[in-house]
Ligand binder design. Sequence first.
Ligand code: BDR
Ligand code: CA
Length: 309
Amino acid sequence: PLPVILDGDPGLDDAIAWLLAFASPQELNVLALTTVHGNVGLDRTTRNAGVTLALAGADVPVYAGADRPLLRPLATAAEFHGESGLPAAGLPEPSRGPEAEHAVNFIAQAVRARPGEVTLVATGPLTNVALAFRLAPDLPALVREVVWMGGSTGEGNRTPAAEFNAFADPHAAQIVLTSGAPVRMFGLNVTMQAVATPERVERLRGLGNRAGRISAELLTFYAGIYRERYGLSGGALHDPLAVAAAIRPELCRMQPMNVQVETHEGLNFGRTVCDLYGVTGKPANVQVAVGVDHEAFFGLLLERVGRLG
Ligand code: BDR
Ligand code: CA
């Protein structure tokens, strides 16, 4: 199995993404969870990492990372994820608290210990990954890959131009995308097609296990906001799609292209500017997901969540 570090900001879709990862031990060997500011504050995302471990019945270390973006002020998304980040009743207590070491130090050591082997699956703002790349400039050449849920080839969700994870730390995203590390990006242009429809939510609930029931409850909360905001029948499974693509790359059609993140404040602040048609002549730095088999993706998610106790 692929050694992976799961870096994110749980956040309900991060938590479901991490359940998917833990339920896939044949494909993924989760080395640790690293947490970052994002949907809610770092204290909550770190606590929620421990809760997710308990839900998955897994035991790996949790490292807390950056509590704020590099330059811009903190931006959260509690509206979509509830004040706690995990809006469900009957959640277990965290089975682990954070280690004393900072996430960024852990990432640097773990990648250096296995040159060319470790994949960073990032489902939040890229602050930790950017800091690790600055702390250890050899890292971009040593990671196997960065798999990131963030950005978009088109529209944004936090602003008309910017997706939340990109908007929450555009400077970090620009550092990572232009670092020379192999990056696969799963943006809104594909994740907004991976919708947790009421029928899919019922199938998760119908699994009959705790992970399925809690996932269904989280997605029911989420659906309310997606219905109201976007007129969609359910919430988009953004982060689970990135983890699914780490498990099964063929779920998404990829296209290499040049991607730069707008770091100047203004209408496009935080936009991932994707050179879809190669008009700049600049070399491709990112493999961008441009198509998704959302039925196959959901089938995988359902099957894997069903494996949990
Ligand atoms: C991303 O933003 C967060 O709210 C979600 O967890 C996901 O990572 C989608 O834009
Ligand atoms: Ca996230």
